[in-house]
Write a protein that binds this ligand. Structure first.
Ligand code: AMP
Length: 374
């Protein structure tokens, strides 16, 4: 069976790498991928905005999945039955307004938000939402791009001008913690949940995810994502990001795809999110992944750390280099750290060392604090 992927980035690479023993042919379509992509599959170069090329690609494969929620939906509508996850989810989750409205309709809690479409709406929004607040573009934003923090009406006006398009204004949440859950649903309606990960962002970009035993809000997170998976008759991997405040979960954002906060599953679970996703979209039944030890993932942003080879030799560290050119704010790789036979203190100290390598010194200090308090 031929599984097409719209996109040739690192998520396509990791999906292609996960095709172990599944007997599938994985064919990414898009711009020139990183230098490792063609060593694990035979990508097709083409423009995702070129309707003729996209149609020809879809015709050439049995099923199509995608690696970005910014994939143009209109070009896929006539082939909707071949696309997984469903275009209904893609349409909802690529538009912050539709997404939040949908979440609220499903009885889920989100941060207070309001659409801003004209400058005349700013005064009222300033009163309703209050400050500090975050402005986010309705479409196209990712990794903190298309967002700005505003602390006054003047800053709101400046931010609205700067973003120069429809925006959502949402209250700034003084959260206790950020978490996410990744789940996969197959055509047979089985759902596999991964454990909740604790996430740390800086400048809107994920830096660190940790899975260390069962999170107290695991069940609540599973209920929330199950509801959406079933409602959308969804097939494939979905991620849900939350702010935690006390025992309350506020949904921040959804992703209709494999997710950065699930990259730890490549080493920390017997079946990774990439493996279960392609299995599900190819129509195969999935089973529940087994996770038996603490695990964490550190993102490498901008450039890979200088000497990763010495860490990769350790059997509780795995370094993933996406083969991308270094560039500021670009995700170029990640490092997974496993609990293995290490004590909890050793685990957090190893994690701190990896965070130092990735220039995340404050997070490294935080992990050293955890090492002393376990
Ligand atoms: P997003 O792209 O919406 O997922 O935002 C990226 C990151 O920015 C989040 O993971 C948070 O760390 C931070 N952030 C976004 N929205 C808010 C908010 N309303 N209040 C506080 N922090 C936020």
């Amino acid at each position: 069976m031929k599984v097409g992927i719209l996109g040739t980035g690192q998520l396509a690479l990791m999906m292609a790498q996960a095709n172990q023993g599944l007997g599938l042919e994985i064919i990414p379509f898009g711009g020139k991928g990183g230098k490792f992509l063609s060593s694990v599959c035979a990508p097709v170069e083409g423009d995702l905005n070129d309707q003729t090329a996209v149609d020809a690609f879809i015709d050439s494969v049995d099923v199509v999945t995608y690696e970005s929620e910014n994939t143009p939906v209109d070009s896929l509508i006539k082939n909707a039955e071949k696309i997984a996850p469903t275009l209904d989810a893609l349409k909802l989750f690529q538009n912050r307004l539709l997404e939040k409205n949908f979440l609220v309709e499903q009885g889920l809690k989100t941060v207070n938000y309001q659409l801003l479409s004209t400058p005349e709406e700013l005064d009222e929004a300033a009163t309703t939402i209050g400050f500090p607040a975050i402005l986010k573009t309705v479409t196209e934003g990712y990794d903190g791009r298309g967002q700005c923090l505003v602390k006054s009406l003047d800053e709101l006006k400046a931010g609205f001008d700067e973003l120069n398009q429809y925006c959502i204004m949402e209250g700034f949440v003084d959260f206790d913690q950020e978490i996410s859950i990744v789940a996969v649903r197959d055509k047979q309606k089985n759902i596999a949940f991964y454990p909740v990960a604790e996430n740390f962002h800086r400048s809107g970009q994920l830096r660190l995810s940790i899975v260390d035993g069962e999170h107290p809000l695991q069940k609540k997170a599973e209920d929330a994502i199950r509801n959406l998976l079933e409602k959308l008759d969804y097939v494939g991997c979905m991620a849900m990001e939350f702010f935690v405040k006390g025992d309350q979960l506020l949904v921040n954002e959804m992703a209709p795809r494999v997710h950065n906060s699930g990259h730890w599953t490549m080493d920390g679970a017997d079946q990774s999110q990439f493996y279960l996703h392609i299995k599900a979209v190819a129509g195969q039944a999935i089973s529940t992944p087994v996770i038996s030890q603490p695990v964490a993932m550190v993102n490498c942003i901008g450039d890979m750390p200088a000497d990763t080879a010495k860490y990769d030799r350790l059997d509780f560290v795995s370094v993933y280099d996406y083969g991308k050119e270094p560039r500021a704010e670009r995700k170029v790789g990640h490092i997974n750290v496993l609990g293995n036979d290490q004590s909890k203190a050793e685990f957090f100290n190893t994690l701190a060392a990896m965070l130092d390598e990735a220039n995340e010194t404050s997070l490294a200090d935080l992990m050293r604090d955890r090492a002393t308090s376990v």
